[in-house]
Write a protein that binds this ligand. Structure first.
Ligand SMILES: C[S@@+](CC[C@H](N)C(=O)[O-])C[C@H]1O[C@@H](n2cnc3c(N)ncnc32)[C@H](O)[C@@H]1O
Length: 220
């Protein structure tokens, strides 16, 4: 995989198209966020990995949670800062060790394709442990993770294209800008196994080709 620079370039390039072309509709967003909010305890400190343009922030704030957003794309973060009521936003790479103490958050979110672009299989394997570390015991991860079917649906919907490479990887191209990004195409079982290395995990089928992962940090 080509890594973080690849994802940064891609999301910087498509930032101004993201809400219009890539984000789920308002109705789908409401449905998905209701599913996420159900998992959170009241007044949660929430780490939102890949916060993007902040699509999920109004619902989190309205529900009384305190989100902190992280994103690797300056352009996505700039749009996010304009959209949202002020929340702490940090430019950073979610595949790197995180700059927070152990047990800093009640919940970690990674929504809508955010976990698709790891720089390496090793970085991907390290993420669940790092998420578990920053979660308090009993804290919760909610991630929407894609399979190849999700990418194919997105490609049809957004007028983009997707090509399979070897090793469960693919290349996603935004036709309007020509920006491309590598993605990893894990199966539902592979995603579940990845997070089960550090959290007590359940999965549900979410939207077409997408899986909802809910993982809890064990209390002992
Ligand atoms: C598909 S968007 C999802 C945005 C938002 N969470 C939503 O649901 O609308 C994925 C986001 O993850 C960010 N991202 C991708 N790789 C990242 C990385 N290595 N570190 C931090 N953010 C990353 C992208 O810049 C982009 O804003």
């Amino acid at each position: 995989l080509t890594g973080r620079d690849d994802a940064t370039r891609f999301f910087d390039a498509i930032a101004r198209r993201y809400d219009r072309v890539y984000a789920p509709s308002r109705e789908e967003t409401e449905r998905r966020l209701a599913r996420v909010l159900r998992e959170l305890s009241p007044a949660s400190r929430v780490l939102d990995l890949g916060v993007g343009t902040g699509r999920e922030l109004p619902a989190l704030l309205d529900a009384g949670h305190s989100p902190v957003g992280v994103d690797v794309s300056t352009k996505m973060l700039a749009l996010c800062a304009r959209r949202s009521r002020p929340v702490p936003l940090l430019k950073g790479d979610l595949w790197e060790p995180m700059p927070w103490d152990d047990a800093s958050f009640d919940a970690v979110l990674a929504l809508h394709g955010t976990l698709s672009h790891p720089p390496s299989a090793e970085a991907r394997a390290a993420l669940p442990g790092e998420v578990a570390r920053v979660l308090r015991p009993g804290g919760i991860l909610v991630a929407e993770v894609p399979t190849i079917a999700w990418f194919e649906r997105m490609a049809r919907q957004a007028g983009t294209s997707v090509a399979r490479l070897d090793d469960g990887r693919g290349r996603f191209t935004d036709d309007a800008t020509g920006a491309t990004v590598e993605a990893s195409f894990l199966s539902e079982d592979e995603w579940r196994a990845l997070f089960a290395s550090a959290l007590a995990v359940r999965t549900e089928a979410a939207e077409v080709g997408e899986i909802l992962i809910v993982g809890r940090r064990q209390t002992s």
